[in-house]
Design a protein around this ligand. Structure first.
Ligand code: GDP
Ligand code: MG
Length: 597
């Protein structure tokens, strides 16, 4: 396709502002997909994405559009993930396109992820077309939201396109704006091949599929390509485009987005951001390198049933093939036996992987407390990266600890500001900035990542009734007074419950945790002491009293089916428990014990 007839773009939006719905409408309006094949949220393919309404992997679609000027255009849309955990994926896919549609819900206004995502677009030098969506809603206020976009983001928005992705209003105008306002890509068809590896994933039938953007030159089926970061050479089996299903074509030229397959064995052999060229007569220039995404949150995954360890290994290996940002290594825990220490981009990423293991592979899991990576500076001058509190070295050998900090941006209606400040303060936050955008406050906090990875986002949602939005970036490692807190159940340490805490908050945390555990652990035939300790010193203690009656005693014998149900329930509960010494601890205790209310 001629360069002047190509437009490559992404859609940036806060979650729920209508990005996927708008993408669906663009696909439908241009008859890219026959009406009978149209299903909602074409681009959100994984089940879990549909259920949660989030987009995890970037997806692409090629749309043919005959514009009002009578010319035929090729529009390539990359759908980017909208959640903070995947900020890295957003920024890299942005570099593969020239423009963005900025979608803002006109009944809500600008939110934290609107800002975070639009900044990625600006960094990638995008032309940005503002779109006010959901104009069919009674609460829609285009004038106010346009003003807010101008004030907060600093782009012209008075002429913003007014759209209802629900009814289809404004979709034609959007297509015309893509053609008329976004720039065509640049590139040289006669230059040596230079392509960007935008993304890659594993497909059960085709193996590794690589999403590429051609910068210069042409790529044809059967040619041999070189990955410039590794010098690995592959013969290209197939190239094609997404409509959105895969369609083979013979050649991709400059400015085009498409895929290739080349008998690449695993996703790990492809480096996102890498430059792809021909094996012979290739380019010598590499594209500005991208860093691979680094896991920041770690936790242990153990099978509830120890016999399922091999199944767990199998499922983790399979998932890792398709997700290079997920790391794992085997771990043994005195209490939990064999499992894996896994690294994730953030908590959502953790939940997604955990759900997939439980759901797709049918393995019940115990998830241990999520932890960040601490830098442990030893007295001998060396530094250890601590991924697991259970591995904390002997304190007499440790000089000091550092923890990762983040810069968090929170947008919240004025009336909830007080609660948000309190929450941030409680999580050892340092306020950096407070400004207003209309009736919404925008606060910037310097926070320890460790206080955020766990339940910060849930707490934020609950104290603001869902009206706050949140985004963060990692900043630096900083020294603080951090200690390892252990938990003992029936005088046995349960290493899976150890956590790193700030010394000043250890008592409070310890108390909250033992109280929680007292509720979470069912009674046994004997008394169970539950303690939190730092080093050898107990800082909090509760005692779970012994059980008196058996659970069916209340049923007065009569109703047999009720009795059976209760026993069944009890048996099921059992399945999700693990024995620690003589004590059964239910699976959910490991996560719930850490929640702070
Ligand atoms: P995304 O998270 O940005 O991809 O948002 P979705 O496209 O999933 O939309 C979020 C919700 O808003 C869904 O329930 C949509 O049906 C709804 N929605 C999207 N666009 C419109 C619109 O123009 N009007 C109305 N009333 N609802 C919309
Ligand atoms: Mg979506």
């Amino acid at each position: 396709t001629e360069l002047s007839k190509i437009r490559n773009f992404s859609i940036v939006a806060h979650i729920d502002h209508g990005k996927s719905t708008l993408a669906d409408r663009l696909i439908q309006e241009t008859n890219t997909v026959a009406d009978r094949d149209m299903k909602e949220q074409m681009l959100d393919s994984m089940d879990i994405e549909r259920e949660r309404g989030i987009t995890i992997k970037a997806n692409t679609v090629r749309i043919d559009y005959t514009a009002e000027d009578g010319e035929d255009y090729v529009l390539n849309l990359i759908d980017t993930p909208g959640h903070v955990d995947f900020a890295y994926e957003v920024s890299r896919s942005m570099r593969a396109v020239e423009g963005s549609l900025l979608v803002v819900d006109s009944s809500q206004g600008v939110e934290a992820q609107t800002l975070a995502n639009v900044y990625h677009a600006m960094e990638a030098d995008h032309e940005i077309v503002p779109i006010l969506n959901k104009i069919d809603l009674p609460a829609s206020d285009c004038e106010r939201v346009a003003e807010q976009i101008e004030d907060v983001i600093g782009i012209e928005a008075t002429g913003a396109i007014q759209v209802s992705a629900k009814t289809g209003q404004g979709i034609r105008e959007t297509l015309e704006a893509i053609v008329n306002e976004l720039p065509a890509p640049k590139g040289d068809a006669d230059a040596p091949l230079k392509a960007m590896l935008v993304d890659s994933w594993y497909d059960a039938y085709l193996g590794v599929i690589v999403l590429i953007r051609i910068i210069d030159g042409k790529l044809k089926k059967g040619e041999r390509i070189r990955m410039m970061s590794t010098n690995a050479v592959y013969p290209v089996d197939r190239i094609g485009v997404f409509r959105p299903q895969m369609e083979s074509i013979d050649e991709l030229g400059p400015g085009e987005l498409g895929f290739l397959t080349a008998s690449i064995k695993q996703v790990r052999d492809t480096r996102v951001g890498d430059t792809i060229t021909h094996e012979k007569k290739g380019t010598t220039e590499v594209l500005d390198g991208f860093k691979p995404a680094q896991p920041v949150v770690f936790c242990g995954l153990f099978p509830v049933d120890t016999a399922e360890f091999e199944d767990l290994r199998d499922s983790i290996e399979k998932l890792a093939l398709n997700d290079a940002s997920f790391s794992y290594e085997m771990e043994t825990s005195a209490a939990l036996g064999f499992g894996f220490r896994c690294g994730f981009l953030g908590l959502l990423h953790l939940e997604v992987i955990r759900d997939r293991i439980e759901r797709e592979y049918d393995i019940d899991l115990i998830t241990t407390a999520p932890s960040v990576i601490y830098h442990v500076h030893m007295r001998d001058g060396t530094m250890i990266e601590l991924h697991n509190p259970a591995d904390m070295p002997d304190l007499t050998l440790v000089d000091h600890l550092e923890e990762p900090r983040i810069k968090a941006t929170i947008l919240v209606p004025d009336e909830y500001l007080g609660d948000v400040l309190k929450l941030c303060q409680d999580r050892r936050g340092i306020q950096e900035n407070l400004t207003y955008a209309g009736s919404r406050a925008m606060v910037v906090y310097d926070l320890p990542l460790n206080e955020v990875v766990f339940d910060f986002y849930d707490r934020l949602k609950s104290v603001t009734k869902g009206y706050a939005s949140f985004d963060y970036v990692m900043t630096e490692y900083r020294q603080d007074n951090l200690v390892k807190m252990s938990v003992l159940v029936n005088d046995e340490p349960v290493d899976a419950l150890s956590t790193m805490v700030h010394r000043d908050r250890a008592e409070m945390r310890g108390r909250a945790m033992v109280e929680k555990l007292k509720d979470l652990i069912p009674r046994h035939m004997f008394k169970i002491p539950i303690q939190a300790a730092i080093g050898g010193k107990v800082i909090a203690r509760e005692t779970l009293s012994a059980m008196r009656k058996d659970v069916t005693a209340k049923c007065y014998g009569g109703d047999a089916s009720r009795k059976r149900k209760l026993l069944d329930k009890q048996k099921k509960g059992k399945k999700k428990m693990r024995q620690f010494g003589r004590v059964d601890i239910p699976q959910e205790a490991f996560i719930n014990a850490l929640k702070m209310d």
